[in-house]
Design a protein around this ligand. Structure first.
Ligand code: LLP
Length: 391
């Protein structure tokens, strides 16, 4: 059954692609719209707020569509804030996270009066208070707390454990609260969490809810009620079967929070979804440059590499791959890029239709952390992007 599902291919306008230079990112805007509609449907009657995590895909075309659906933005740099504003996200729906916000970036947030600074340390709190004081403002703050909850995902995308650099540790909270009481230019509005990314075992989110409730209770004992609870992002997608499961399981995800995190009067629950919004709609389209007979395998050498999509090299990530020019019998290939690194491998023993020089290859589920993580290593160019509704 699984084997059969892998043989189902996506639908691509291969004829139109033939005339285009490769590699490029191709975005199925219909799928993106359906995904956004699903999220809206699942959250419409709940006190839930979505801030799209711009780091997943910062293509202006995509940002404009997401902003037009009424979502907010989760930014991790001053430049992301400026881009979000340019693409139509209102300042009062922008959250700003990150362990190393510079003064320039804090100024950007303060000057535009963004919704919230997700503060990750005591020194950051001090600097934010000083900079806000100089402007005669009060900075809205959610404390990013490291909940020490295991997300059961790849170690490089786990963020909520004690050994990770992110967030304020629980034992520092009394100190931080004392600082906030003294800081005249900080307005504490919430708590923020993010335990990791590509989380497919939803029980990790249950663990997070338990922790959130425990901390909410602790704040209450300190006489503080917080209107904003932000549980970050992390919902995973099905990389194995992009054609069978093109939309992440938002239903189960939101139901889980509804069930395990009962909100108090006036409290809103905020989410920072990135991957689950944009990963499925994007494919990296590349051409076969050479088919090379190796000792153990056949190498399919394509014109995209780790410079366009680093996820397989960096996280040993699986991306489903299809030859969209061929219907020949399936045969295994090692699909590799042209970059001078042995890690420049998209997949080993990938079953593909018999392939030849010039065939077009689609590397699927690449809409998140693909284009945004592209580099110019080997003096390569940043890939172009194409959209299904503008071909
Ligand atoms: N909020 C915060 C504070 C984050 O750090 C992240 C992702 C998100 C939200 C969005 O998480 P998502 O819903 O996309 O899982 N480059 C890696 C993923 C890094 C994620 C970084 N933080 C990858 O390609 O798998």
């Amino acid at each position: 059954m699984i084997h059969f599902l892998r043989m189902i291919k996506g639908t691509f306008p291969t004829d139109k692609f033939e005339a285009l230079d490769t590699p490029f990112y191709y975005y199925d805007m219909t799928l993106l719209r359906e995904t956004l509609d699903t999220i809206r449907r699942e959250t419409v009657d709940k006190p839930f707020r979505i801030h799209y995590a711009i780091k997943a895909n910062a293509n202006p075309e995509i940002l404009r569509l997401i902003a037009s659906c009424g979502f907010g933005a989760d930014c991790v740099s001053g430049n992301e804030i400026l881009l979000a504003l340019k693409c139509g996200f209102p300042a009062n729906k922008i959250a700003f996270a990150g362990v190393g916000k510079t003064d320039r970036e804090i100024h950007i947030g303060l000057d535009h009066e963004i919704f919230c600074f997700n503060v990750e340390s005591k020194p950051e709190l001090e600097v934010l208070n000083e900079l806000a004081k100089a402007k005669g403002k009060k900075a809205p703050v959610a404390l990013r707390i490291n909940p020490n909850v295991d997300a059961h995902t790849h170690q490089y995308i786990t963020t909520g454990l004690n050994e990770n650099k992110f967030g304020i540790n629980e034992q520092d909270l009394p100190d931080v609260l004392r600082m906030i009481t003294d800081a005249k230019h900080i307005r504490l509005i919430g708590m923020h969490f993010h335990i990791g990314s590509q989380i497919t075992d939803l029980s990790s989110f249950e663990d997070l809810c338990v922790k959130v409730l425990e901390l909410r209770e602790w704040f209450r004992t300190q006489g503080i009620t917080l209107p904003v609870i932000n549980v970050g992002g992390g919902l995973g997608i099905n990389y194995q079967h992009p054609n069978h499961c093109p939309i992440a399981d938002f239903g189960s995800y939101f139901r889980l929070f509804d069930k395990y995190l009962t909100l108090e009067e006036g409290q809103t629950l905020h989410f920072e979804l990135g991957r689950s919004v944009v990963a499925p709609c994007g494919s990296l389209i590349t051409r076969v440059v050479y088919v090379k007979e190796g000792i153990r395998t056949k190498f399919l050498i394509v014109d995209a590499g780790m410079t366009e999509l680093i996820r397989p090299a960096l996280y040993q990530a699986y991306h489903h791959i299809e030859n969209i020019s061929s219907e020949k019998p399936y045969t295994p290939y090692d699909v590799v890029g042209p970059v001078c690194e042995s890690s420049d491998v998209f997949a080993r023993d990938q079953m593909l239709n018999g392939s030849k020089r010039g065939d077009l290859i689609a590397i699927r589920s690449a809409g998140a952390y693909g284009e945004t993580m592209a580099s110019t290593y080997n003096c390569r160019e940043i890939p172009a992007s194409r959209f299904s509704d503008k071909l």
